[in-house]
Design a protein around this ligand. Structure first.
Ligand code: ZN
Length: 193
């Protein structure tokens, strides 16, 4: 599947190059639509690589992860019954302050600077604070990303999709469809606290 995607990306690149050679008078390189698809695909590919690299860096920078505590599970069960036993959390984590995607720095929004999720592993900047509503809200937000990762099929697919959506959102973090989903649930969850 991933291989297929890479091959088709190479084909698109090749087609673009050939088109450039044939239309070198500069009048038509690619239709705007094709250019858009090409740029999105490039973001997806670069994002996938960046996300997987960041996951490795975070893992090597930080120590042990812990299962959710019973108290956290009690709060989160309502929305994440299928997921609460599959994620683990690293507390007091050394965070990354940005992602570098295709040579460009991508800064995080407010939640992601305090917490980041790499599929089933959630990193929190703060220490464990049982019953703390802010920490629980952040966890709820991050759990949405853990679920997205699981549903999409892992690190590669999540990174790919996340950065395509980031590009579609005009590179504005909060407008990313995948962040919107996380913030929506976070809001609903906050009302249950
Ligand atoms: Zn988020």
């Amino acid at each position: 599947m991933n291989r297929l995607r890479r091959i088709s990306f190479l084909l698109i690149t090749l087609t673009a190059l050939i088109a450039t050679l044939f239309f070198s008078d500069g009048s038509i390189f690619m239709s705007l639509e094709a250019k858009d698809t090409f740029v999105e695909e490039a973001w997806g590919q670069a994002g996938s690589i960046a996300y997987q690299a960041a996951a490795k860096t975070m893992r090597s920078r930080n120590g042990q992860s812990y299962p959710l505590s019973n108290s956290q599970k009690r709060y989160l069960r309502r929305y994440f019954i299928d997921l609460i036993d599959r994620v683990s959390v690293v507390y007091s984590a050394t965070m990354m302050d940005q992602w570098v995607v295709g040579g460009r720095a991508v800064r995080f929004g407010s939640v992601e600077s305090a917490a980041q999720t790499y599929c089933d592993r959630i990193y929190l900047r703060d220490a464990y604070k049982p019953d703390d509503p802010i920490q629980l809200m952040i966890l709820a937000h991050e759990m949405v990303h853990a679920r997205q990762c699981e549903q999409l099929g892992g690190f590669d697919q999540f990174g790919y999709r996340y950065f395509i959506e980031f590009r579609r959102a005009g590179q504005i973090y909060v407008r990313n469809k995948m962040e919107k989903e996380a913030y929506d649930l976070q809001k609903r969850f906050a009302k249950t606290l």
